[in-house]
Design a protein around this ligand. Structure first.
Ligand code: GLN
Ligand code: ZN
Length: 745
């Protein structure tokens, strides 16, 4: 039984990937240096693969994004980038002023670049990158390397034209253009000696796949030695999938048991390889290899040839747990990052082959999971077990709360506020770093943070904002900040994962029961409030977002964990109230993206997600609860958003006025206050007063004045003060002008 790995993180042992790209972009190194650095990194990656598995890909080391690589290889270049001039154009498409749109890759936290089709586009294929990558692997002695590409269907399914996903007609139409180009690419790879080609088709697992079209595409490519990988979920067209004219099919056996059931029911053809995704490629936990071996043995009875693989690309895991020596041994022992996952594949295959050397490790991995679960906290378990319906319902209904809060807050119509963070300048990042490294005492650190808070409070008063924030200067990241202060979380030091381009983040690891040993935000918020008569918003990250942006613990339902986090947030809400805070914002930017890939699983997800938010936000009726979400495509979920029962929500709207109007027209029961983001904080451009006034006007046409707030569409931490000051000045002016009209009306 062979093993195959894929998706080994691009970042590298020392984060060379990030350094190389960023130094190239700031012109500190030449294209030639970048090329050499990338080759060196590829050498490191291929050696890692070789150390653990029999088969592995070439061509994974994209210089920005694999979707973009395929756009270039197929020659799908939007006309604004013509003529295409090598890497200069590549990086313009990736990150220039008119770059391709970027969006989330399935249910991961990675963002890919969206292929853009244009009426009448002519594809001009250029297989150079993939050919060179394959040749490099061969030169380095990796004769078994398999070129790796995104599949034709996934490419089309994730494409857009004029900002909209392709309709099924457009997909069929563009498939005709894509096929000759895709064939040329495959042909070029076969010509330089590729024996097999890995084709990633995660879009096969989405709802209602167009099976005839998929069949058509793959019959057209039947002459090539393709191995099709599906992952992130089970496929809904198993019998047709395994009949495609390909050499191998990859299935995810970890997400759930559906693929296994289908395989048992329909069998698996003898003339194909099953690439069995048995080691979890999405989570950081070590497998019980004894259990896995039993699964593999039962598969082996039904399938002639199996390659053992991860259940999904390892790309979104940290590279290795080796540097995380500060994590307590019982937790560390149970961790498995990308490299360790490859090691598990090796041991598993050796064990199944009856090699005695693998015995000990397999036994050990099984024993690991037999002991006491990690981080058990009986009082927390008891609290969750004792929850009753009333814990999920605020005592006073919204209409009455609305009146009570108006009375106590005395805000003008169309109140202005911001989303929480203010610019995180170099000095503030340096200060936090010095504090973490123990170079600044905690007294000095608090004093410096207080100074910043005092400045930003004065600043907001001068601007004339109505509800103020403390600026979030003490936070590097909205999830990590809380994870560091809650029990049940482990924080890695080097566990970086790519979010897009060269951007990285570290997701916290939830290993045990989550609870709050002490207040987390009260000191800063109460201090901010002590400096002003205007209300200061307490700023918290919501339970669904904390959970969705962390690795979930083993052996527990997400619902259970969400309630534990919600109770910790609730404790914080209560302490903020006790400290005199009247407005509290609980951010949930990951509320929607946490939804499962298949619609059939949505009701279950939204049920517990809504309940977790309600549990966390069960504040006094006089406390005004805000939430914030960084998107506005609520499509069919407006009902769930409404069920969260907040008092005010702020959302992105500056880029999508039209669709939003439609959403609200279709949901007339909407009665909550809403802050439509009146300008796009992702752009450095300063919005004019008129542009902001237009968004306010558009909102006033759809929703009653007494429900409207005025705010930017997200936090300001990535912006510079020089941009923020004029933008907020215009915003306050536009709000005041609109307010006068409201008063006249
Ligand atoms: N309160 C956070 C901030 O302003 C919200 C960030 C977010 O929505 N992603 O930075
Ligand atoms: Zn946001």
């Amino acid at each position: 039984m062979r093993t195959i790995g894929y998706g080994l993180p691009r970042l590298g042992e020392k984060r060379q990937y990030k350094t190389l790209l960023e130094r190239f972009w700031s012109q500190k190194i030449t294209e030639n240096d970048l090329q050499k650095g990338m080759q060196e990194l590829e050498r490191e990656r291929l050696l890692t693969y070789q150390a653990y598995v029999n088969l592995y890909p070439s061509g994974e080391l994209s210089w920005y994004d694999p979707m973009l690589d395929l756009c270039v290889a197929l020659g799908l270049i939007p006309s604004r980038f013509h003529p295409y001039k090598g890497w200069t154009s590549y990086f313009q498409m990736a990150r220039g002023a008119s770059a391709l749109e970027m969006t989330k890759w399935f249910n991961t936290n990675y963002h890919y670049l969206v292929p853009e089709w244009e009426e009448g586009v002519q594809l001009a294929p250029n297989p150079q990158f993939f050919v060179e990558q394959y040749e490099l692997a061969r030169q380095l002695g990796h004769a078994n390397a398999l070129p790796s590409l995104i599949g034709p269907y996934t490419f089309l399914a994730l494409s857009k034209e004029e900002g909209l996903s392709l309709s099924s007609d457009q997909i069929e139409n563009y498939a005709e253009r894509l096929l000759p180009a895709y064939k040329q690419l495959l042909e070029a790879l076969v010509q330089v000696g590729a024996q097999g080609i890995l084709v990633h088709e995660p879009a096969f697992v989405l709802d209602e796949p167009p099976v005839p079209l998929i069949g058509y595409l793959y019959h057209a490519l039947a002459a090539f030695p393709l191995y099709v990988l599906t992952y992130y979920e089970a496929v809904d067209f198993y019998p047709r999938l395994v009949e495609l004219p390909v050499k191998g099919v990859g299935l995810d056996f970890v997400s759930n048991t559906t693929n296994l059931q289908q395989l048992t029911q329909y069998g698996f053809p003898d003339d194909k390889v099953l690439i069995a995704g048995v080691i979890d490629g999405r989570n950081v936990w070590r497998a019980d290899l004894k259990k896995k071996a039993a699964e593999v043995e039962s598969l082996a009875k039904r399938v002639k040839e199996i390659w053992l693989s991860p259940s999904a690309p390892l790309s979104f895991l940290p590279l290795s747990k080796a540097p995380e020596t500060h994590i307590a041994p019982p937790i560390w022992d149970r961790l498995s990052f990308a490299k360790e996952k490859l090691g598990e594949l090796r041991v598993l295959s050796q064990y199944v082959a009856g090699e005695a050397s693998a015995q000990t490790e397999v036994e050990y991995s099984a024993a690991l999971w037999q002991g006491e679960p990690l981080g058990v906290h009986p009082p927390t378990r008891e609290r969750v077990a004792n929850l009753t319906e009333s814990d999920f319902v605020r005592e006073v209904p919204y209409t009455d709360r609305f009146r009570m809060q108006q009375e106590s807050l005395q805000l003008p119509p169309l109140p202005t506020t911001t989303i929480g963070s203010f610019p995180q300048t170099e000095d503030i990042r340096a200060l936090r770093k010095a504090y973490k490294e123990g170079k600044v005492s905690s007294t000095d650190y608090s004093a410096r943070i207080r100074e910043k808070i005092a400045e930003v409070i004065r600043y907001q008063e001068d601007l004339g904002l109505d509800v103020l924030v403390h600026g979030e200067f003490e936070r590097s990241d909205m999830v990590e900040y809380f994870a560091e202060r809650l029990e049940g979380f482990a924080i890695t030091q080097q566990g970086w994962v790519l979010s897009y381009g060269s951007r990285v983040y570290r997701a916290p690891i939830i290993y045990g029961d989550v609870w709050r040993p002490a207040p987390m935000t009260v000191e800063e918020i109460a201090y901010a409030q002590s400096l002003t008569k205007k209300p200061v918003k307490g700023m918290l990250t919501g339970p669904v977002t904390i959970l969705n942006w962390s690795y979930a613990p083993p052996g527990k339902s997400k619902e259970e964990v969400a309630y534990e986090i919600a109770l910790a947030v609730l404790d914080e809400v209560r302490d903020l109230e006790a400290a005199g805070i009247k407005v509290i914002q609980i951010d949930e930017p990951a509320f929607r993206e946490g939804a499962p890939l298949k619609k059939k699983d949505w009701p279950t997800y939204f049920r517990w997600a809504v309940r977790a938010f309600r549990l966390a936000s069960r504040a006094l009726p006089t406390t005004q609860i805000h939430s914030h979400m960084c998107y506005s495509e609520f499509e069919s979920i407006l009902q769930h958003i409404w069920e969260m029962d907040f008092d005010v929500v702020s959302i992105e709207a500056s880029r999508s006025k039209g669709t939003l109007v439609e959403e609200f027209r279709r949901f007339p029961q909407w009665d909550r206050q809403i802050g439509l983001g009146v300008y796009d904080i992702h752009s450095p451009a300063v919005p004019s007063r008129e542009a902001i006034a237009q968004v306010i006007e558009a909102a006033r046409r759809v929703l009653p004045d007494e429900l409207l707030w005025v705010n930017p569409d997200c936090g300001l931490k990535t912006r510079r003060w020089e941009e923020v000051t004029p933008a907020l000045t215009h915003m306050v002016e536009a709000a005041q002008a609109a307010r006068n009209q409201v008063r006249l009306a």
